[in-house]
Design a protein around this ligand. Sequence first.
Ligand SMILES: Nc1ncnc2c1ncn2[C@@H]1O[C@H](COP(=O)(O)OP(=O)(O)OP(=O)(O)O)[C@@H](O)[C@H]1O
Length: 277
Amino acid sequence: MNESTTPCSSDSTAPGLRACELRSVDKTYQQGGSMVQALSQVDLTIPDGAFVSVMGASGSGKSTLLHLMAGLTRPTRGSVIIDGDDLSQSSDIELTRFRRSRIGLVFQAFNLVPSLSAADNILLPLMASGKADNTEDRLRELAETLGIADRLDHRPDALSGGEQQRVAIARGLIADPAILLADEPTGNLDSKTGQSICQTLRTLCDTQGRTIVMVTHEPAVAIWSDLVIVLKDGQIIHQIATKDHPNPQSLAIEYQTTVDAERSTTQPQDDVTTSLT
Ligand SMILES: Nc1ncnc2c1ncn2[C@@H]1O[C@H](COP(=O)(O)OP(=O)(O)OP(=O)(O)O)[C@@H](O)[C@H]1O
């Protein structure tokens, strides 16, 4: 199964509006004397307001896909269009400006500044672009939505892992970005805290129409999204509508069946190891 075009769509999204479009994207890295093809001929459209997960084995290209959407790297070939801007045509300065104003980034390791309060960490992207004036209402509103209104004066080391990730999500949203990109946002959290972060992301999508793209290895995390994109060897091999799955186990079975079917076309069944990571 190898779908050349993958139009993600979800019942909860408005038709026609596109937050993100990748057209015939290749990404090649130079590694020593050889080239590594991290992504190959990726076509993907993510509608405004969709919550999409990206799953795949280690090295399948998930982070590369996210980094391209964030403007952290450029495609070797093809176009990456975010909120109407073609990033492959942008200069370095334009890309930096784009990242600050149009992209929210959330990482597994939170990446908060230890010496700053939660409030200042959240406001950091606005400070960097000189737009931190009159942000008190926006800061309060976001902190209340994320359940950290009473933690704003604390530094990161006085916050739990879940609270730190909520601060990181608030920082990602403070500039009202076109897309929130999350790279394994629950990877450093216990499963209960991880589930509450997933629930918060779901609520942000449902109540504020946020477009979210999240890399995860966990079916129990991916089930919160609308659609799961499955990557293998730099190609999108399948998409899974989560509404077809009553629980993470059922989603895991479709994911694994897809990956195993791809494997069986390239190697004997006896060699197949079944792992979600
Ligand atoms: N900066 C880089 N230089 C050279 N090769 C790279 C670079 N970044 C990624 N790669 C290679 O590109 C391929 C895809 O990597 P990528 O990090 O996107 O995969 P991934 O699915 O996110 O993996 P993981 O789940 O382990 O984080 C891998 O073969 C990786 O070694």
